[in-house]
Design a protein around this ligand. Structure first.
Ligand SMILES: [Zn+2]
Length: 173
């Protein structure tokens, strides 16, 4: 997962092939959205910044576009400069979880590769923007609970505890 530079949510332990190929194909540095789409093919497409909606909510992450890629091996991912969402998997989760996934990937854009920091960014943004409640946070916790911890991705329950702390204390970053 590290090959993606910024990490995906780490919910699915799946193929690294794509990222590896991209890294090889483009040497140093992350791909552009166009390069990514050209590489993965299929139905992948770029949605310009500010034009994406999830459950009728407009999603904004600064000036970053989002690539919709139904072949992505996770719900979402982030390269520096753009977000990637898997619309096929996103369709299966509730609204707060969808919004949290987008905000988490957006968190990587502004705060870097650390997962806890991206989680914290996401729940604080959700609270500030009014789309995340305690009940929504419960849904997110349920969603990530099967996630296995690895060196970069703490266990779901650990992430959850940290998100609850962040949600309740806006001074944490
Ligand atoms: Zn992440």
């Amino acid at each position: 997962m590290k090959l993606r530079n910024f990490l995906a949510l780490g919910l699915l332990a799946a193929g690294l092939g794509l990222s590896a190929m991209l890294t090889v194909a483009h040497g140093e540095g992350p791909p552009t959205p166009d390069e990514y789409v050209a590489h993965v093919g299929g139905d992948a497409r770029i949605v310009a910044a500010g034009e994406l909606t999830l459950d009728n909510r407009r999603m904004v992450c600064g000036h970053r576009p989002t690539v919709l890629d139904s072949q992505l091996d996770d719900y979402g991912a982030a390269y520096p400069g753009f977000l990637i969402l898997n619309p096929r998997l996103m369709a299966k989760v509730s609204t707060p979880v969808k919004l949290w996934i987008f905000a988490h990937e957006c968190g990587h854009q502004f705060r870097g590769p650390d997962e806890e920091t991206a989680d914290c960014f996401a729940v604080q943004r959700g609270r500030r923007q009014g789309w995340l409640t305690m009940e929504g946070l419960d849904e997110i916790c349920k969603f990530i609970s099967p996630a296995k911890g690895d060196t970069m991705h703490f266990t779901g329950s650990h992430r959850c505890n940290y998100m609850r702390t962040c949600f309740g204390d806006p001074s944490i970053r």
